[in-house]
Design a protein around this ligand. Structure first.
Ligand code: PEP
Length: 252
């Protein structure tokens, strides 16, 4: 079955709830014609509250804790996120891994908690520049997938985002060949771990913008984007979404 592409905007630590509400209202009004793309907004936690979106628009949190509740100052549970009507949770983003020191083991606990709570993890994986230059890209992806998905029974409800760390927020986009080859590796690794699972979404992330969206969305194995910087601007985000919609319609 053909997968509906996903365009997900990771706002990181940007936009107050008021700014977020206004952004979502403007964007959804401009994208009324969209019906071949799932569009996900991932505001900071405060922006998830009291915001109403209907398919093909969805909400995602940018992180969560794996415990249901307790003495975890500063953390948010899956149930709290679900209560805000979010359907997705971004996990293992490179900033969580590299700025906040999240380990694959933590990320794995979060993946399990998100699935158990009936939400969908968007598991981010990707190599650093040093790892790429050392020829370790495939090994890094394999380790992150094996460890991040340990004890997970199937790929159902899981989205993977391949985001080379060196391309995030830098303006440097991976080349078409690099993206294609990494996505092929990701699918190969997933097939090894889950031989019986159906195909799943593997998104690309790393300096996606209106100018490169058409080329990137046509790379074999790319089922959509996780976007940082360009997701903060109504014009860029709607333009990328329309591009993905147009290419998807053309391919049907
Ligand atoms: C991201 O934060 O996931 C990301 C891909 O950022 P940017 O699009 O700004 O590179």
């Amino acid at each position: 079955m053909e997968l509906t592409p996903i365009v997900a905007g990771n706002w990181k630590m940007h936009k107050t709830p008021k700014d977020g509400h206004s952004f979502v209202e403007k964007t959804t009004n401009l994208l009324l014609e969209i019906n071949h793309v799932s569009v996900i907004f991932a505001p900071p936690f405060t922006g998830l509250f009291d915001i109403d979106v209907q398919p093909p628009f969805y909400l995602a949190a940018q992180n969560c804790h794996w415990e249901e509740q307790g003495a975890y100052t500063g953390e948010i549970s899956v149930a709290m996120i679900r209560d805000c009507s979010a359907e997705y949770v971004i996990l293992g983003h490179s900033e969580r891994r590299h700025v906040f020191g999240e380990t694959d083991n933590w990320i794995n606990r979060k993946v399990i908690a998100v699935l158990a709570g009936g939400l969908k993890p968007i598991l981010c994986i990707g190599e650093t520049l040093d790892q790429r230059e050392a020829g370790e890209t495939d090994l890094v992806l394999k380790n992150q997938l094996e460890q991040g998905l340990a004890e997970v029974e199937s790929l159902q409800n899981i989205v993977i985002a391949y985001e080379p760390v060196w391309a995030i927020g830098t303006g440097v986009t991976a080349t078409i060949n690099q993206v294609e080859s990494a996505h092929e590796s990701v699918r190969g690794i997933l097939k090894e771990i889950f031989p019986d699972s159906n195909d799943i979404h593997v998104l690309y992330g790393g300096s996606v913008k209106p100018a490169n969206a058409e080329e990137l969305i046509q790379v074999p194995g790319v089922n959509g984007f996780l976007i940082g910087g360009a997701s903060l601007d109504v014009e860029s985000f709607t333009s990328i979404t329309r591009t993905v919609e147009t290419v998807q319609k053309r391919n049907l």
